[in-house]
Design a protein around this ligand. Structure first.
Ligand code: NDP
Length: 254
């Protein structure tokens, strides 16, 4: 296959969780630009619908699905709907996430459970539901959003639940990659560094510290994440599985 063609996702079907805004939204549009039809999954119905409308504007089919990805039954329904509405499932981008900054000794049970539920348990629920469909269909591709926080401890903010959950996503990714390789399913994750989304804009006072620790002296634009996701979803990455693709401007090198 010509190398340019190998990056194309023509008529593939994808879902993107957390696709209503931030990294998920930009990547949903990136997958559509590469040729995929996209189901935009989010807690936020209006935002999901807006992204879906933008996908349609690119000439692809789209669905907006309101789903709390921490609920296994809702996740199964969501995946069934993607298959029913868009005609299959080739690419699952499990990206929804939250972050809570609380010192470990003061962290409430609710905060810990909330972060682990969204950032790790939900990734498993979505991967499991997608994996079942992909096994039955003869293959597919799963991409999970981890974080550089799965490898390093951020400063100055205390966020032990987030860091632990993201480390779990990296190891879950490797585990699923080995379990499902024989089914033709590739499973990878991305680990962004600090990226300019609502998640990070809520704590602008920390940006000077983060930037001082960054070799590139800036945050990533959300747009700078989508190429990695399209690559991992595409035939260009046909032998890439069990990989954690770090997109952090060398932050974790220091
Ligand atoms: P945003 O907060 O901008 O977007 C996250 C989206 O996920 C929101 O639309 C949010 O909806 C949705 N979401 C949250 N919980 C659920 C849920 N239970 N079910 C369905 N949807 C949900 O975050 P980013 O775009 O910045 O982050 C995307 C991913 O990238 C996350 O996994 C994050 O951890 C990861 N990441 C982000 C980095 C950054 O610097 N921004 C760095 C490294 C990793 P709602 O608003 O209703 O909660």
């Amino acid at each position: 296959m010509n190398v340019i063609d190998s990056f194309k996702l023509t008529d593939k079907v994808a879902f993107v969780t957390g696709g209503g805004r931030g990294i998920g939204k930009v990547c949903a549009l990136g997958l559509a630009e590469a040729g995929a039809h996209v189901a935009v999954v989010d807690l936020l119905r209006d935002e999901a619908e807006t992204t879906a409308e933008e996908v349609r504007g690119l000439g692809r089919r789209a669905a907006a699905i309101c789903c709390d990805v921490t609920q296994p039954l809702a996740v199964k329904d969501m995946v069934d709907r993607v298959v029913a509405v868009l005609g299959g499932l080739d690419i699952a981008f499990n990206n929804a996430g939250i972050c809570i900054h609380e010192p470990a000794e003061e962290m409430s049970d609710e905060s810990w459970l909330n972060v682990v539920d969204v950032d790790l348990n939900a990734v498993f629920f979505c991967a499991r539901a997608a994996g079942k469909v992909m096994i039955a269909g003869g293959g597919g591709c799963i991409i999970n959003t981890a974080s550089m926080s799965g490898q390093i401890v951020n400063r100055p903010q205390p966020q032990c639940a987030y860091n632990a959950a993201k480390a779990g996503v990296i190891q879950l990714t490797k585990s699923l990659a080995t379990e499902w390789a024989s089914h033709g399913i590739r499973v990878n994750c991305i680990s962004p560094g600090y990226t300019g989304t609502e998640m990070t804009m809520q704590v602008k006072e920390m940006h000077p510290d983060w930037i001082a620790d960054s070799p590139m002296r800036r945050l990533a634009e959300p747009d700078e994440i989508k190429g990695a996701v399209v690559f991992l979803a595409s035939p260009a990455a046909s032998f890439v599985t069990g990989h954690d693709l770090v997109i952090d401007g060398a932050f974790t090198c220091w």
